[in-house]
Design a protein around this ligand. Structure first.
Ligand SMILES: Nc1ncnc2c1ncn2[C@@H]1O[C@H](COP(=O)(O)OP(=O)(O)OP(=O)(O)O)[C@@H](O)[C@H]1O
Ligand SMILES: [Mg+2]
Length: 321
């Protein structure tokens, strides 16, 4: 279900990118022929545990080999030295030199990225300020909180001024305040660098990103802007609430114009996916009258990314059975 390829320049692009771990009977196809199209801005990379996010990212940053297909960062082949220079990367489980201070660590990373010490110090100080860590600059990283460590990790990935920032679950293991802080900083970064960020916390992705790609079992299930995804999903769910939901649901289930009707576990209302929405709207008043039912509400909800994700995953997995 990939969006039609446009001629715009892509920050990240892949063609049938595939990773197979192991050989023979032991082989696992962790990523299977994925075509990524990542435009400038913040792009979310979603998928449940084991979907293949880290594997994909590891191929993009050149940390592991590509089994088949290929990828580019801007116009440069993923894994090449030139492509690596364009990228800032925060791994899922970053390893810090815990006995270095925040500032020492950033200067060190800057020098590794090719900066002179003086320049690295200046950039380190700017980044420490940007991430509200200046007060902690002379403390060892080992004493930093989880959120502070994540921010130092992102700062380190930015010190050589990359064009594309790749973050693998930057908010994992953080409390809600730490997460909100990291999300805010990532959003603020988007005017100077494109961001490709993986997460399975959908509400966060919804706050940060314009476009998303969802993968499951190593395959893309959807890739589009969040607004397009929401538009295409909103049309299909109707919520009905009456004083006799149980009775109504069994009547609705039998109608030809209904695909699915069920009482939702959480809100107790009837969630309806019609085959023919107009028929549903037309026949509802009569059904209510006939049953002498009271109507509390009938509306189309704005779906959260979480709802949509659950729906897509349920469908995907249902189809495979
Ligand atoms: N080095 C490896 N050797 C063999 N299999 C691997 C290796 N690394 C990952 N896998 C397998 O590949 C699949 C994808 O893993 P990956 O880490 O890419 O998923 P993920 O989407 O990042 O998951 P999570 O959300 O848990 O981080 C999983 O089935 C995993 O067990
Ligand atoms: Mg991962």
């Amino acid at each position: 279900m990939i969006k039609k390829d446009s001629k715009t320049n892509h920050e990240i692009w892949s063609d049938k990118l595939t990773k197979i771990y192991g050989k023979g009977n032991e082989a696992i196809e962790a990523v299977s022929k994925i075509d990524l199209r990542v435009k400038p801005g913040i792009h979310g990379f979603l998928g449940p545990n084991g979907a293949g996010k880290t594997t994909t990212i590891s191929m993009l940053v050149g940390a592991i080999s590509i089994t088949e297909g290929g990828a580019k960062i801007r116009d440069l082949k993923a894994g090449s030295v030139a492509a690596k220079q364009l990228i800032g990367f925060l791994p899922q489980d970053p390893v810090f030199y815990e006995d270095m201070t925040g500032e020492e660590y950033l200067i060190y990373m800057g020098q590794l990225g090719g900066l002179q010490k003086k320049e690295a110090r200046l950039k380190a100080q700017q980044l420490l300020e940007f991430f509200n860590l200046f007060h902690a600059r002379n403390r060892e990283i080992g004493t930093y909180s989880g959120g502070e460590k994540q921010k130092v990790g992102i700062a380190a990935s930015l010190i050589h001024e990359p064009k594309v920032l790749i973050l693998d679950e930057p908010t994992a293991n953080l409390d809600p305040i730490g997460r909100a802080d990291v999300v805010k900083k990532i959003k603020e970064l988007s005017d100077r660098v494109s961001v490709f960020v993986s997460s399975h916390i959908l509400s966060e992705i919804e706050q940060m990103c314009e476009d998303v790609t969802m993968i499951d079992n190593g395959k893309i299930v959807i890739s589009d802007s969040i607004s397009n995804i929401k538009k295409s999903f909103i049309s299909n769910l109707y919520i009905l609430d009456t004083n006799m939901n149980k009775k109504f649901v069994s009547q609705l289930e039998d109608k030809k114009y209904i695909l699915k009707a069920r009482i939702d576990d959480i809100d107790g209302k009837i969630h309806i996916i019609p085959k023919d929405a107009e028929k549903l709207r037309d026949s509802l008043p009569q059904m209510l009258l006939k049953n002498k039912a009271k109507l509390y509400s009938f509306y189309q909800p704005e779906l959260s990314l979480q709802d949509i994700f659950m729906e897509i995953m349920t469908k995907e997995r249902g189809n495979k059975k």
